[in-house]
Design a protein around this ligand. Structure first.
Ligand code: NOJ
Length: 444
């Protein structure tokens, strides 16, 4: 396998998110996000850590962008912090926030690196959460205004846009389980958040299309290959339900298939929150979709789990190789996922917008020898190539992540970076995986 086997138009990149790297949580007029408030609450985050400083990307963006260039990575995915641009989520615009992203974008372009912007990577303005956040249908127009501001401010230089990051995770963890910001739970909050997220995704796609007509517009999904724990019918049906819930709930309405309600009956309750032209308004013809795949899950039937009657068999209990997130290392998952999404005719193009792994990296004599991560990336790339060679329209691969960063409720312990960060000194050390990628991408 070499770079050329993927074709010359294949997009190679690295991904990040504002809240996980920027720090400067209250600098230059930024408003609070739900994650600023969530991390300030006791016992929500492992080790009571927060992201007030994170990787200090806000100040060190030139250092990090120079590192991207030194690793021969031509594309950089990052997200915009909504409350940095609009401290209250609506109304007043913070020019200093816009100036900051202009500096980042201009420096990327100066370095010959293509910017890929995600509009929403989970840091909702707290002021909007006070009005109900994703459970309030008004979020459709709030988000349209925010998208318009981004498109008008940056659309002259940014061609690649992603509306959402992993809707299934932020609605599930943030609005059903309450383990991510804003810490809401219960079926009603979850279903409202799901439906409004779907409406917003399509609406923001239309705003981008109108304002930046030639843009490459996408949105990203988390996805996991699901297998039943046994051949028993009830385990197979449980796996089918979990697959529909995790992998199909958000993509299918966007391409005109509606929610997978016959496979996940509890989603029928979504109908309470539908109105008027929603079926039509939920659809948008995206140029690409981003898939983010890390592992597989094994599922068994369970009468104890409400609504879905299925449970995951934890990887730790299965005696398999795991990452620091306790996620099984199973490279064929990305192949199966690509094949699965590749069968939807309405999907024009797929880009792997995240793949990577957390391992317990250590600095020894100034070096980080992360063989496991290097192998993880290589093995996943082989699976991507296999799917591509079998005809799946997969056109890019972005590693999660550039540097180690703030892993949400897990704090700083899981290290996902190609570059090690010493959080006390903000020193960066390129890991062996980063050097491998640099050499791989330099091949002619
Ligand atoms: C999914 C999310 O998009 C990202 O924020 C997170 O850090 C990685 N995957 C790893 O969990």
């Amino acid at each position: 396998m070499n770079k050329e086997s993927f074709g010359k138009d294949f997009k190679w990149g690295v991904s990040t998110a504002a809240f996980q790297i920027e720090g400067s949580h209250d600098t230059d007029g930024k408003g609070l996000s739900i994650w600023d408030v969530f991390t300030a609450q006791k016992s929500k985050i492992k080790g009571t850590q927060d992201a007030r400083k994170a990787c200090d990307f806000y100040n060190l963006y030139k250092t990090d962008i120079n590192l991207i260039r030194s690793l021969n990575i031509p594309n950089f995915r990052f997200s915009i912090s909504w409350p940095r641009l609009m401290p209250n989520g609506i109304g007043e615009v913070n020019q200093r926030g816009i100036d900051y992203y202009n500096r980042v974008i201009d420096f990327l372009l100066e370095c010959g690196i293509e910017p890929w912007v995600t509009l929403y990577h989970w840091d909702l303005p707290y002021a909007l959460e006070l009005k109900g956040g994703w459970t309030n249908r008004d979020i459709v127009s709030w988000f349209e205004d925010y998208t318009e501001l981004c498109a008008r401010s940056f659309g002259d230089r940014v061609s690649n846009w992603m509306v959402m990051n992993e809707p299934s995770v932020f609605t599930g963890a943030g609005y059903f389980l309450g383990v991510h910001a804003p810490g809401k739970s219960g079926l009603t909050n979850y279903l409202k958040a799901v439906h409004h997220t779907t409406l917003v995704t399509a609406a923001a796609g239309r705003v981008l299309r109108n304002i930046v007509p030639h843009a490459n517009i996408g949105t990203t999904f988390s996805c996991t290959h699901i297998e039943p724990a046994s051949l028993r019918y009830r385990d197979q049906m449980a796996a089918h339900r979990v697959d529909a819930l995790l992998n199909r709930t958000f993509i299918e309405p966007l391409i005109g298939m509606g929610y997978p309600q016959s496979d996940v009956p509890v989603l029928r309750k979504l109908d309470r929150y539908r109105s008027g032209n929603d079926d039509r308004d939920m659809v948008f013809d995206f140029d690409f979709i981003g898939l983010q795949c890390y592992t597989r899950e094994i599922v068994k039937a369970s009468v104890f789990t409400p609504y879905i009657h299925a449970a995951l068999v934890k990887a730790e209990r299965r005696n398999v190789d795991c990452t620091d997130m306790k996620w099984e290392v199973f490279p064929p998952s990305i192949y199966h996922i690509l094949k699965k999404f590749g069968t939807y005719e309405k999907i024009r193009k797929i880009i792997i917008t995240e793949n990577g792994a957390a391992f317990p990296d250590k600095v020894v004599q100034g070096k980080v020898m992360d063989e496991q991560r290097t192998k993880y990336i290589q093995d996943h790339l082989l699976q991507v190539l296999k799917a591509k060679n079998e005809g799946v329209k997969v056109d890019g691969y972005f590693v999660w992540s550039l540097t180690d960063n703030f892993e949400w409720a897990e704090g700083y312990h899981p290290r996902f970076g190609l570059i090690y960060v010493d959080y006390d000194t903000q020193e960066r050390i390129v890991k062996q995986s980063g050097l491998w990628l640099r050499d791989f991408l330099s091949e002619v």
